[in-house]
Design a protein around this ligand. Structure first.
Ligand code: NDP
Ligand code: PYC
Length: 331
C-alpha cells in the first residue's frame, strides 16, 4: 500500500479545510476535524480520514447541515436531550456531553439522547469523555441495515456499535468500542480495498453463501458477532438508540435516506454513571484489584490498550496515499 506521511496537525488541517470547502462553519468543521484526527492518532483507521469522502457526500447532497447549531435541553435532573439540527454527531456530542457529565456527577445516573444527527465515527470519544471525568460511560448508535439477525440471511440491524468506558484515576480508562456485527463495515471495506480476506463467519455474499471475500460481503450481509447473543445486543442497540430516543431504527433510516454514501439521520443514547455516588468511597481501589487479577492472566490485555499505546506516539501517521489524494481533491 502506498502511503503519505502526515503529522497530526496536518491531518487536522486536511479534515478541517475539506469541511470548510464543503459548506461547514467553524464549529462544525472543528468538531469533525477533531474526531477525525483523534481516530487517526489512536489507530481507529476505519473511522478517521477514511470517512471524510462520505462526510463530503452528505454535505454536498444537502442531507447534513454543515452550519447546524445543536440545541441542548435538560428535560429533568437526569434526562438530557440534544437536537443536532441535522449535524454530524461530534458537534452535537460536544454540546451535550458536558451537561450529561454534570448531571451524572450530581445525581449518580443520567442519560443523554441525541436526535437529528448523522453518526459516522467511532464511539470511544463519547465514553472516554465521561471516564476522563470519573464517570462510567456507555454509548450506542444504530445505522442502516447491514447485519442479518440470527436465524436470517436478510439484513435488518445496522452494525450497531456499543462502547463502554470505566474510569481509572491516574491511568487510561478501560474502554471497549465494538460493532455488534462480527466486524465494522468500515473494516470490511478497508480489507476489500487492501485485497485481504476476512475471517470465516464475518458475513454472507448476495446469494446468502458464506464467504471470506470482503467485497462480496459488502454486497451481501454481515453476521452478528457471537451468533444469537450478539444479535440480541444489536437488537438492544436498535431499541436504545432509536426506540428510546424516538429517532430512526436502522430500517427507517435507510427508507428515508437519499443514499448519497454519507451517514443517514439517526439517534444515539449515551448513559453516564457515577461510581463515587453509586459504589461510594474505595470504588477505585476495589476495581483496580479486579483489573490486576484480570491483567495478571497470561494472554489478557485490556480493551482500549492498543489505542492508548498509539496515542502516546505524537509522530506522523502513514495514511493510504489514494485516500489522501482523494480528500485533497475534495477541497
Ligand atoms: P474491533 O473488533 O477492532 O475492536 C473491538 C474492541 O475490542 C475494541 O475496544 C478493541 O480494543 C478490543 N479488542 C480487540 N482485540 C482485543 C484483545 N485481543 N483483547 C482485548 N480487547 C481487544 O472493532 P470493530 O470492528 O467492532 O469496530 C471498530 C470501530 O467501528 C469502533 O470504533 C466502532 O465504534 C466503529 N463503528 C461505528 C459505527 C457507527 O455507526 N458510527 C458502526 C460500527 C462500528 P483496542 O481498540 O484497544 O484494540
Ligand atoms: O463501520 O459499520 C461501520 C460504520 C457504519 C457507520 C459508521 N461506521
Amino acid at each position: 500500500m502506498n502511503t503519505h506521511s502526515l503529522a497530526l496537525d496536518e491531518i487536522y488541517a486536511l479534515a478541517h479545510s475539506t469541511m470548510i470547502a464543503n459548506g461547514c462553519d467553524e464549529d462544525n468543521a472543528n468538531a469533525l476535524a477533531d474526531i477525525v484526527t483523534r481516530a487517526e492518532r489512536d489507530g481507529s483507521h476505519s473511522h478517521g480520514l477514511f470517512r471524510v469522502p462520505g462526510y463530503v457526500k452528505a454535505l454536498r447532497s444537502g442531507k447534513v447541515n454543515g452550519k447546524a447549531k445543536p440545541v441542548v435541553t435538560r428535560k429533568t435532573s437526569a434526562a438530557i436531550h440534544v437536537d443536532g439540527g441535522g449535524c454530524f454527531a461530534p458537534l452535537a456530542q460536544a454540546v451535550g456531553l458536558p451537561v450529561l457529565a454534570e448531571a451524572a456527577t450530581e445525581t449518580g445516573v443520567a442519560a443523554l439522547s441525541l436526535t437529528n444527527i448523522h453518526h459516522f465515527a467511532a464511539l470511544w470519544p463519547e465514553t472516554e469523555f465521561l471516564s476522563d471525568r470519573g464517570l462510567v460511560g456507555i454509548a450506542c448508535t444504530a445505522y442502516m441495515p447491514m447485519v442479518a439477525p440470527a436465524g436470517s440471511k436478510e439484513k435488518l440491524f445496522g452494525t450497531n456499535p456499543i462502547s463502554f468506558a470505566w474510569p481509572r484515576p491516574g491511568k487510561p480508562p478501560v474502554c471497549y468500542d465494538m460493532a455488534t456485527a462480527s466486524m465494522a463495515m468500515g473494516d470490511v471495506q478497508i480489507a476489500a480495498r487492501d485485497g485481504k480476506s476476512v475471517p470465516p463467519g464475518t458475513g454472507l455474499d448476495a446469494d446468502g453463501n458464506a464467504t471470506t471475500d470482503p467485497a462480496e460481503i459488502a454486497k451481501g450481509v454481515l453476521l452478528p458477532f457471537g451468533g444469537y447473543k450478539g444479535s440480541a445486543i444489536a437488537l438492544m442497540v436498535e431499541l436504545l438508540a432509536a426506540g428510546l430516543t424516538g429517532e430512526n431504527f436502522s430500517y427507517e433510516a435507510a427508507e428515508k435516506d437519499n443514499h448519497d454514501g454519507g451517514p443517514p439521520r439517526g439517534g444515539e443514547m449515551v448513559i453516564a454513571l457515577s461510581p463515587a455516588l453509586l459504589a461510594g468511597d474505595g470504588w477505585d481501589t476495589h476495581a483496580e484489584a479486579f483489573m490486576e487479577r484480570l491483567t495478571g492472566l497470561e494472554g489478557v490485555r485490556l480493551p482500549g490498550e492498543r489505542r492508548h499505546v498509539n496515542r502516546r506516539d505524537t509522530g506522523p501517521r502513514d495514511i493510504n496515499a489514494e485516500l489522501v489524494d482523494t480528500i485533497r481533491g475534495l477541497g
